[in-house]
Design a protein around this ligand. Sequence first.
Ligand SMILES: [Zn+2]
Ligand SMILES: [Zn+2]
Length: 395
Amino acid sequence: MQIKIHRGINQIGGCVTEIRSKKAKILIDVGTNLPNCDSKVKVNVAKVSKKCDAVFISHYHLDHIGEYMQVKKEVPIYIGEQAKEIFTIYQKRMKEPSIAEVTQEHIDRIKTFKTFRPEETIEIGDMRLTPIRIDHSAFDSYMFLIEADGKRVLHTGDFRMHGPLGRLIPKILEDVGNVDILICEHTTLSRVDEILMSEFELQKEAIDLIKNNKYVFIMCASTNIDRIASFYHANRKAGTKLFICDDYQKEILDYVTKTTLKHTDYYNFSDVKSFDGKFYEDMINRGFCMLVRSNYFSKKFVNSPNFKDNLFIYSQWLGYLQGKTADENIVKFVPKEYYYLHSSGHATAKGITEVCNIVKPKVIIPIHGENSHDFDKLNLPYKVKHLKNKKAYDI
Ligand SMILES: [Zn+2]
Ligand SMILES: [Zn+2]
């Protein structure tokens, strides 16, 4: 087998990984660089996807899927079933005239994406690929186990152990067993100043915040379903406040409710209300939690004199608000006084160590982190291979 990281070494995001066996060639993720990323590494996805048998997307964050339009049309793109639908709703919103970042051509391409299901192995030539559902700040995210030429490679995608699904990962990976190569993300190893709390700790803290504040605005990613679930459950535990969002967010939550209800009640968002003006008085009287984003619709509520004594919770990466990675729209939108309550979508050093000790790789290839040598500091008893972007590695 041969592994080539086209991009993703010594940078967070922009991931493109190629894996070849004797008779098959696939790509895992075709991501764009994160905004304001310093990386100078350019990848011509049209070129590298040529003669590929398939492209597999670990999850719908743009640093893993953003270059999908560059993939050669004859090459099938695979993604999780729910991930495909949520990404479609998200991209349709990006098509709205006020945003106009994508066109109908994008939506048509997404329609052609094939889907896979957790644990169902797909055969591509002499290669076997098994998607393993894991926990991340994107819903329906996967690791991939690739087997060919008598070797086993585990690509982690982005993952964490400290969310609702994370608790199950050790058991799932024990079933996977030992691997030859672990291609492993290590985002948090360079974000050492980040306070790392679990999703459950966040939910607990949110209950008190909601209890103590009548009007609560929450800013988090519209596609971070586990985060929305944390605030939704915190709100229910805190009392009788309304839980409100806009039509776009409601469409995503309705889809998640519909497709998960058979298995769990945890993602049942059926009493989340999409704002239609009718219950404005109710909002004033009962109080509310409202999911907001940096747009005019949200701004009207955040700035309204009716909700003057509100609490604004900022629940996503601080890098969007501060420093060189700051996003201008977000900086303008978030009030000066905000409450920071966030749980990372990425595994802590402890989580990464745990995964390594379960699958006991012969070799670890660090990706999706600022500096691959951060991995050495974990002092794990496994060989760490510091690859260069675009350099082929034979196993
Ligand atoms: Zn990522
Ligand atoms: Zn991600």
